[in-house]
Design a protein around this ligand. Structure first.
Ligand code: PMP
Length: 455
């Protein structure tokens, strides 16, 4: 390693506070500093090169590294007009909104922000304001599902069903209520025939307990991502949609991970015939070449905020400065063109299915693999100590597996990260250009590591 890179690592160690990391470990071990990426591969300051099956560590560099086309589009836009406050329109914001909505039949308006948490906060404010405007403030509760994650800010964390993330940050915002998860592998009802329907009924029970007149919306991930890649069981979504309709509850789908082709359709909800009222997007919108997120609503939601002559106060009282940066929609537009031109939605579906089947084969060979789940290129391997009891492995085991994969040139997750967040699930979220050969490398490397561990 040259001295410049050694200095870089020391600067990082001495001055940077990494997210979601226990820094005490970095006294003994060098921090990992990434310096360059191309396609599906990334290189660190020590010159190690990896296949990145985590799309940038947090599942967002969907079209891959080193896309000069996106960088050029951002540069050109910044030189032309870098910013104007989002109370006004800009050229790339209008262009991207039109292109995005073509992929989302039934949806009608795009409201811009900069992160997934922020988009979800804005969606909560939309629900709360509708409650004020139409229901005297009574229909203000927002229900969220156990094991779903919706963001890091206090509001979004109040709507998050992961205890490990919430630990130490209470008190939380009032008006957020949890309902049970729908992970069939961890069925609350044992081995039953209609698990999907029973899991959906758990939502209904909570709506009835709280009083339907107090429940404004339910937020869901279409496929739970960070909570352990939970694909919904058969029959779940049709039953959920019926329940939400019956009690006049808005459906907010958080597509921060699943959106923009990650699961092999443009949006995760499009697998299940869900008709959302609100959709939030971030991560893959611009493959993280620029920070951008979106709240997408139906025309009916938008219309709630139009003055009808009687209430001129109805406009949405929300603004964020950086929603006016043009780098976001310029990058998003270039990103969307790449997804279309390179048929990455199809590639994700085809290579994702191939990798899923390879991982299922591994499950028959390795006793540590309890379950393999996922759709497209969002895949999870749940680790257990015993296939019969399904007792989860200690999180150190998952950390060790991720570390051994890294030594073999494969990134499947950070080695200083708590796998408790992921419910002891190894999550694979590769770049959407993944080839069959690269999928083979991922499965073979995991196979080798588990064989070495005799697991
Ligand atoms: N929703 C989901 C489903 C997420 O996975 C995340 C981030 N991992 C967020 C929201 C929050 O997004 P951000 O980190 O951009 O605030």
């Amino acid at each position: 390693m040259d001295s410049q890179m050694r200095q870089l690592i020391e600067k990082d160690r001495n001055h940077v506070w990494h997210h979601l990391s226990q820094h005490s470990g970095l006294k003994k071990q060098d921090p990992m500093v990434m310096v360059e990426g191309k396609g599906t591969r990334i290189t660190d300051a020590k010159g190690n090169n990896y296949l990145d099956a985590s799309s940038g560590g947090v599942w967002c560099v969907n079209v891959g590294y080193g896309r000069t086309e996106i960088a050029d589009a951002v540069r050109d836009q910044l030189v032309k007009l870098n910013f104007f406050g989002s109370t006004t329109g800009t050229e790339p914001a209008a262009e991207f909104a039109e292109k995005l909505l073509e992929k989302m039949p039934g949806m009608s308006r795009v409201y811009y922000a900069s992160s997934g948490s922020e988009a979800n906060e804005k969606a909560f404010k939309i629900v709360r304001q509708i409650s004020q405007l139409k229901y005297g403030g009574k229909k203000n509760k927002i229900l969220y599902r156990e094991r779903d994650y919706h963001g890091t800010t206090i509001g979004a964390l109040s709507a998050t069903g992961q205890e490990e993330r919430r630990l130490h940050y209470g008190p939380f915002a009032p008006g957020f209520v949890e309902f049970p998860h729908c992970c069939e592998y961890r069925s609350q009802f044992g081995d039953v025939k209609d698990y999907g329907i029973l899991a959906a009924k758990e939502l209904e029970k909570v709506i009835l307990r709280e009083g339907p007149e107090t429940v404004g919306a339910v937020i869901f991930e279409p496929i739970t991502a960070g909570g352990g890649v939970i694909t919904p069981p058969e029959g779940y979504w049709p039953a959920v949609m019926e329940i939400c309709k019956k009690y006049n509850v808005l459906v907010h789908i958080d597509e921060v991970v699943c959106g923009m082709s990650r699961t092999g359709k443009w949006f995760g909800y499009q697998h299940y015939g869900i008709k959302p009222d609100i959709v939030t997007l971030a991560k893959g919108v611009a493959s993280s070449y620029a920070p951008i997120s979106c709240v997408v609503t139906t025309e009916a939601i938008f219309n709630e905020f139009l003055a009808d002559g009687s209430d001129r106060e109805a406009y949405f009282r929300d603004i964020s400065t950086y929603a006016g940066c043009t780098s976001g929609p310029a990058a998003a537009l270039a990103n969307l063109k790449i997804l279309e031109r390179e048929n990455l939605v199809e590639n994700t579906a085809v290579v994702g299915e191939y990798l899923l089947n390879k991982l299922k084969d591994l499950a028959t060979k390795h006793s540590i693999i309890g379950d393999v789940r996922g759709k497209g290129l969002l895949l999870g391997i749940e680790l257990v100590t015993d296939k019969q009891t399904k007792a989860p492995v200690d999180e150190q085991v998952a950390i060790k597996i991720a570390g051994m994969c890294m030594q073999k040139g494969l990134i499947i997750g950070r080695t200083n990260r708590s796998f408790k967040f992921l419910n002891n699930t190894l999550c694979l979220c590769p770049i959407l250009t993944l080839t069959h050969e690269e999928a083979d490398f991922i499965a073979d490397t995991i196979d080798q590591v588990l064989t070495e561990l005799n697991a």
